[in-house]
Write a protein that binds this ligand. Structure first.
Ligand code: NI
Length: 648
């Protein structure tokens, strides 16, 4: 082992690595070795994650290119026999443990290995098998068992344990759509630490829905034969460059990162404006997401998956080598993750980057002068897709030529359904196929946006439309104005969208003004209707996903405040994250602010969402407001070439 360590250490100190460069397999392996070698490492300890320890913001600000970097990694270690999470930071180069912090009573996200034990343990349990026999099922291998995060409902099974609730589906074959035939009424509680079934609940059988719900081409029938090829060619290659994790495209510059829970993270996003490099976003990511189900019944009412904090969007990332997820001249980034033994493994092509044509950027036909000027819009797309059980979530960050930045989330995959019989109360579910319904649910995301508009001295202003009262100053009763309200403190900054007033939030730098004397800014605009959480604040998920109660939260930057529902949402009783931090009501003007934007969809499933859901979209837009002196995309050249005109 020593042979491997020496060159690694040399690499880590001598080679000019940027502090935010993505973790390498060698670094991860070395970090796990350092952790294991510590006398405090628990017997049979499991690694919930190993990841980059991102340097604090002031350290990053002090970094100069070429400088030696003390690369630090974080490990989260879990002992199998007691309820605690151990947070460890190590220096890869020096081999030292920098910090070792025990978090008593905290549970990590569900571990894959343990989830496999849950599936095997439940499958072999006599009470489970008896419940299957009561449903006429003898071939237990055809039963698909899905462990779910158990939530926090005061069940005696939860106390002092890491558990999951397992539900099941009957498959006809290995490649079947398992979700077509839910085994309604069956729930098994599994203790992950002790690796044993705690209880098998049978609420009573419901007949299996009759249809297989296959979406495989061989089962769908004849495929359409009238789609002509549509090819994207970039004969001179793409317009971006990549150096390590540094991406440069047009005036944009950014660094790519990857986190086990957040998935894709974006860093150091700046715009080159003439000879100025102007910061826009220090860091952007999805910090958490939750899927609260709105069905009151005992089979579905407890489902509240925190897909980031309880599973990990990064850990569930697809390898985009299979299929056709991206089109064009593509650059892929791999992601390195750790097994529960601390061994690095690679998710090949986890992140896709490419350029897309996006219709027109701007146009004017001058009816008097006879000129017509039109420019094509184009965007840089950085994306990844996570499969969390039945659902797929695609996260697409877009950078535009006019300074806009957008996040679009694409929801697809298979809804989590229930078997129903005629006469069942379907007030909180929708029929999607014969004998099959989908409980109403929401998908609510929290984007953490550490905006730095031309620096870190920023203030958040709510802007919305307001009608001017009719009177001598408004004789035609038509006038409306823009109302601006500075959000002074954290509690005042808990805000909700209001489509009727076109409400949006502008982040300005009061110290930097444009040529009109106004502070430079960027505006966060809801691009689609977006809900807050419908579950009551005092409900289990209401307490645990407090972030979902408001669309906007603003906090002063703190390196420890990374995840909207706290670091350990799994089986957490609630109250952590944004509600806890913002209770201090810290001032947020003229300071380094972080915006947390809650957005998503309320899903009343349709028949068209079955057997696999066409993409549903949600997201938001960040656009410059007085950041530039004028339209920053005037210098985009006109398009040339035959592609612009129909062939004669
Ligand atoms: Ni849905």
């Amino acid at each position: 082992m020593t042979d491997q360590r020496t060159p690694l250490a040399a690499h880590a100190t001598a080679h000019p690595v940027h502090p935010l460069e993505m973790v390498t397999g060698e670094e991860m392996q070395r970090a796990a070795e350092i952790v294991r070698a510590d006398a405090r490492f628990p017997a049979n300890g499991m690694f919930a994650h190993v990841r980059l320890h991102e340097p604090a913001k002031d350290e990053l600000a002090g970094y100069a290119a070429g400088q030696a970097v003390d690369r630090r990694l974080e490990a989260l270690v879990v002992p199998p026999d007691r309820l605690e999470a151990i947070e460890i930071v190590v220096s890869v180069a020096s081999g030292e443990v920098v910090s070792w912090t025990v978090q008593p009573g905290m549970r990590p996200a569900l571990l894959f290995g343990e989830s496999m034990y849950a599936i095997l343990g439940v499958r072999e349990h006599p009470e489970w098998q008896a419940a299957l026999r009561r449903r006429g099922i003898e071939d237990f291998d055809l039963v698909q068992i899905d462990p779910w995060p158990a939530g926090s409902f005061g069940s005696p099974h939860e106390e002092g344990r890491r558990i999951s609730r397992c539900i099941a589906y009957l498959r006809e074959s290995a490649t079947d759509n398992g979700y077509a035939r839910p085994l309604e009424g069956m729930i098994a509680f599994f203790d992950h630490g002790a690796r044993e079934v705690l209880e098998v609940v049978d609420l009573g059988a419901v007949p299996l829905p009759p249809e297989r719900g296959s979406y495989l081409p061989e089962d769908v029938g004849p495929m359409r034969d009238d789609l002509k090829p549509l090819e994207i060619t970039q004969p001179d290659g793409p317009s971006f460059t990549v150096d390590g994790n540094l991406v440069q495209w047009q005036r944009w510059s950014l660094r790519i990162g990857f986190d086990p829970y957040e998935g894709l993270t974006l860093h150091d996003i700046s715009y080159r404006d003439g000879d100025r490099t102007r910061p826009v976003l220090h860091r952007a990511s999805i910090s958490e997401m939750v899927v609260p189900y709105g069905h009151p019944g005992p089979m579905h009412g407890w489902k509240n998956a925190f897909d980031a904090g309880e599973w990990g969007l990064g850990r569930m990332a697809n390898s985009l080598t299979l299929g056709c997820d991206c089109l064009g001249e593509i650059h892929y980034f791999d992601a390195i993750l750790a097994t529960e033994e601390g061994t690095p493994y690679t998710v090949e092509h986890a992140i896709c980057m490419h350029e897309e044509d996006y219709g027109i950027l701007w146009k004017h036909q001058d009816l008097h002068g006879g000129t017509t000027e039109v420019r094509r819009s184009r965007r840089l797309v950085v994306s990844f897709i996570a499969t969390v059980g039945n659902y797929e979530y695609g996260f697409y960050w877009y950078f535009y030529l006019d300074g806009n930045v957008q996040l679009e989330v694409k929801l697809t995959g298979i809804v989590s359904p229930m078997a129903v019989t005629p006469g069942d109360d379907l007030s909180c579910a929708n029929l999607i196929a014969p004998g099959l319904a989908a409980p109403n649910h929401q998908h609510i995301f929290s984007a953490r946006l550490d905006l730095d508009i031309d620096g870190t001295t920023n203030t958040v202003v709510e802007v919305e439309a307001e009608a001017v009262p009719p009177g001598p100053d408004n004789p035609w009763a038509n006038a409306f104005r823009q109302k601006s309200t500075v959000l002074e403190t954290e509690l005042a900054a808990q805000r909700d969208v209001n489509a009727a007033t076109s409400r949006a939030w502008k982040v300005v730098n009061p110290d930097v003004t444009n040529r009109l004397g106004l502070p430079v800014g960027y505006k966060l605009t809801p691009t689609m209707s977006t809900p807050t959480m419908l579950a009551a604040p005092e409900s289990s998920v209401g307490r645990r996903a407090g972030f979902a109660r408001h669309n906007l939260w603003v906090t002063p930057y703190s390196p420890d405040e990374r995840r909207a529902a706290g670091d350990y949402p799994n089986q957490h009783e609630g109250g952590d994250g944004l509600p806890r931090w913002t209770a201090a009501d810290r001032p947020i003007t003229d300071t380094d602010v972080v915006l947390w934007y809650t957005f998503g969809v309320t899903h009343f499933a349709r028949p068209e969402d079955w057997p696999v859901m066409p993409v549903e979209y949600t997201g938001f837009l960040l656009s410059p407001v007085g950041f530039f002196e004028r339209n920053p995309a005037l210098d985009v050249p006109p398009s040339t070439g035959a592609g612009c005109h129909a062939s004669p």
